[in-house]
Design a protein around this ligand. Structure first.
Ligand SMILES: Cc1cc2nc3c(=O)[nH]c(=O)nc-3n(C[C@H](O)[C@H](O)[C@H](O)COP(=O)(O)OP(=O)(O)OC[C@H]3O[C@@H](n4cnc5c(N)ncnc54)[C@H](O)[C@@H]3O)c2cc1C
Length: 283
């Protein structure tokens, strides 16, 4: 299908890109184009102008900054999962990102685009929420940082405003116990259920837990009931099973042609149990 007629601009600075968005409410950023271009083709989005941020220097770096990895918005999925620095400091990102589509899409799609797109089945959004990271955005009004907890508002909805450009993703590297589990019908398909876990320990006792679920629910989210089942325990098999049961009982699951509500609840119970046990084993 042909794209609608539109203007294309490729600014060389982030300030120019911000000014273009400020001047035209219907202008839209394009990064890897892997989600936006299909939307244009089926006319679900009809922007006046595409602002390509791919030629702005500095948006494609991965660097260590204290207890964080700072990943530029234009870093592709493939670069994240093949980065030795990410492998060493944040293996959860490798475990999550290798589930994203196929190598062709991973080589064009970007971490920034994936987070702004806000798909409830997106691996990067769930990894960001699990790790307790944040994103930095810029507009003509200046820069601001948005914690992951305040970012994902609903299916394809984030708190990033239409005139803001995501420039950097900040990922804390201090997690001790972590895991990421996903079930998809075929390798490379969007997952039917995604689960991320991050645990903190004092000796053998779990002192803090972040347990997240995506794809099986309308909005990717933390599962407080499952976290409460783990905190204060030594994360044994009973605690892992209780966390799985709590997740299945407390979430509101979606139902579609790929799987019923009951099937997804069953999947999430098993995935949370396994993911908690795995994370506990990595303390
Ligand atoms: C066949 C297929 C299978 C896929 N499977 C998966 C999968 O399993 N898991 C998964 O997570 N994803 C999957 N994707 C989506 C893919 O990961 C996309 O790359 C990603 O969702 C969007 O990144 P992008 O760089 O291509 O963004 P684009 O398509 O360029 O943009 C997406 C949206 O984000 C906005 N945007 C992009 N970058 C910025 C920025 N820096 N600041 C502000 N706004 C911005 C755009 O305006 C647009 O609204 C799949 C895509 C395809 C085509």
């Amino acid at each position: 299908m042909k794209l609608p007629a539109l203007r294309y601009v490729a600014p060389r600075t982030i300030e120019q890109a911000c000014a273009l968005l400020d001047a035209d409410d219907d202008a839209k950023i394009v990064a890897g184009g892997q989600s936006l271009m299909p939307l244009l083709a089926i006319r679900l989005a009809i922007p006046s102008t595409l602002v390509d941020i791919g030629r702005i220097p500095g948006l494609d770096r991965i660097e260590e900054a204290g207890d964080y990895l700072r990943v530029g918005a234009m870093v592709t999925h493939e670069r994240v999962i093949t980065s030795p620095l990410v492998r060493e400091r944040l293996p959860l990102m490798i475990e999550a990102g290798r589930n994203i589509a196929h190598v062709q899409i991973r080589s064009r799609g970007t971490i920034g685009g994936s987070i702004v797109h806000g798909d409830n089945a997106g691996e990067w959004p769930l990894a960001l929420l699990t790790l307790g990271g944040a994103v930095e955005v810029q507009s003509v009004r200046g820069r601001r940082t948005i914690p992951a907890e305040e970012l994902f508002l609903g299916p394809y909805m984030t708190s990033i405003r239409p005139d803001e450009i995501l420039t950097d993703v900040w990922l804390p590297t201090h997690a001790r116990g972590w895991s990421f589990h996903e079930v998809a019908r075929r390798a490379g398909d969007y997952g039917l259920a995604l689960v991320g876990v991050r645990l903190e320990f004092n000796a053998n006792t779990c002192t803090a837990a972040t347990i997240t679920v995506g794809a099986a629910v309308g909005t990717l989210q933390r599962v407080t009931a499952a976290e409460e089942a783990v905190i204060g325990s030594d994360v044994d098999r009973d605690a892992a099973r209780s966390a799985g049961e709590a997740a299945a009982a407390s979430l509101s699951f979606i139902s579609d042609i790929h799987g019923s509500r009951e099937y997804r609840a069953h999947l999430v119970a098993g995935l949370v149990e396994r993911a908690v046990a795995d994370a506990g084993g990595r303390r």
